[in-house]
Write a protein of this length. Structure first.
Length: 115
């Protein structure tokens, strides 16, 4: 299973970015999909997750600003990030549970928010 994450970049505070994560390979089923982030000097943080049925969960720090979604037909997950803040600066990683394969990690995409 391969995960291809994209969409990161440099944006001013208050701006928006949309991350994508596409899973490919021999996949029978895609389960829970999630975005994590690692900010400089901080531990990895779960940002948002979405089940195969569409139930979502968010870190308190991003509620109301970020929206996670998925396209099951394309095995792709998205993270719409609005009203970005400097503290959102981090490397964002996608994590996808697949059958077969288990937990899979994407390569990480840098998001930098300038204040």
């Amino acid at each position: 299973v391969q995960l291809q994450a994209s969409g990161g970049g440099l944006v001013q505070a208050g701006g928006s970015l949309r991350l994508s994560c596409a899973a490919s390979g021999s996949i029978f089923r895609v389960g829970l999909m999630a975005w994590y982030r690692v900010a400089p000097g901080k531990q990895r943080e779960l940002v948002a997750s979405i089940t195969s049925g569409g139930s979502t969960d968010y870190a308190d720090s991003v509620k109301g600003r970020f929206t996670i979604s998925r396209d099951n037909a394309k095995n792709t997950m998205y993270l719409q990030m609005n009203t970005l803040k400097a503290e959102d600066t981090a490397v964002y990683y996608c994590n996808v549970m697949t059958n077969p394969g288990g937990a899979n990690w994407g390569q990480g995409t840098q998001v930098t928010v300038s204040s």
